[in-house]
Design a binder for this molecule. Structure first.
Ligand code: G1P
Length: 293
């Protein structure tokens, strides 16, 4: 019997240097894709997968994320008095249950591995957990990326990562994996490498930013030496973990947008808005008008 995945870790301490000046005073996770902050989209994906508790690894200047996941008393009261029922219901539906969020600070930007390690006490040492990198929006036309991964976890157990192909000239920007069967939806991982030098990648399947990990990872992270970019890399500890426990890759077939980059962010806004019944048709006309200029 596999243990149920109840908790998700969301590292939100990054400085957003690729998106200045927008991210000088506003956390990059609070930038909006259509009318929802990026981090809300990712929490939506996790909730759709049955996640009950959200662990945010924050940093200085990120307190507004905590406010976003709390009641906004004055606002709620005003909406109620003005009978803006739809808006109020929307806010309340998005709100995690009381006690279902935890916030802890990564005090220094030492890498993703270090950020995940900061969650060790909140997750505990006997429960597997989900990890979602909020920059990476996974636009699914099915049940959602994490929900697909939990299905795979229920069949295979152990550790899992979502993967998707990237163009060969981009493999050096990501964690890259080799798998037993490149065509299979779920396949055993045979190799992992963080940001391989150009021309050395074992495949073009990148780690997209969705993980299910066993708590064994915390002991490995505790002793992890810095890797690529001088940072404590999660991928390096996952390589060590894959020698101890099973590791599967789940291919994600939807679209992925890196909202930490300007192009990824702009494209995500267009894609998500075009999908919406209330905005899509009119936006399409506006885009066509712009393109005709
Ligand atoms: C991190 C991971 C990398 C993964 C990527 C996805 O890299 O270390 O394995 O492919 O996220 O966005 P970062 O983007 O933090 O450099």
């Amino acid at each position: 019997m596999t243990k149920r995945i109840r908790k998700a870790v969301l590292p939100v301490a990054g400085l957003g240097t690729r998106f200045l000046p927008a991210t000088k005073a506003i956390p990059k996770e609070m930038l909006t894709v259509v009318d929802r902050p990026v981090v809300q989209h990712v929490v939506d994906e996790a909730r759709a997968a049955g996640i009950e508790h959200f662990v945010f690894i924050t940093g200085r200047n990120k307190a507004v994320i905590e406010d976003h996941f709390d009641l906004a008393y004055e606002l709620d009261d005003t909406l109620r008095k003005r009978k803006k029922t739809k808006e109020l219901e929307g806010l309340l539906a998005d709100l995690p249950a009381a006690g279902a969020t935890s916030f802890t600070r990564q005090q220094a930007p030492l890498g993703l591995g270090h950020a995940v390690w900061c969650a060790r006490d909140i997750i505990g040492d006997d429960e597997p957990f989900a990890l979602l990198l909020p920059d990476m929006l996974h636009h699914s036309h099915g049940k959602g990326c994490l929900a697909e991964m939990i299905d795979a976890y229920n069949r295979h157990g152990g550790n899992l990562i979502a993967v998707a192909p990237v163009p060969d000239d981009q493999t050096h920007q990501y964690g890259i994996v080799g798998v037993q069967d490149v065509k299979a939806k779920v396949s055993k991982v045979t190799k992992m490498v963080e940001k391989p030098a150009k021309g050395t990648a074992p495949s073009n399947l990148h780690i997209t930013g969705r993980y299910i990990l066993q708590p064994t990872i915390f002991n490995l992270l505790a002793n992890q030496e810095p890797g690529a970019g001088g940072e404590i890399q999660l991928t390096d500890s996952m390589i060590a973990l894959s020698r101890l426990e099973t590791f599967h890759a789940v291919r994600f077939d939807g679209d992925i947008y890196d909202t930490g980059s300007k192009i990824g962010f702009l494209t995500a806004n267009l894609a998500y808005a075009l999908d919406r019944g209330d905005l899509g048709p009119q936006l399409r006309e506006e885009i066509e008008r712009l393109l005709e200029r």
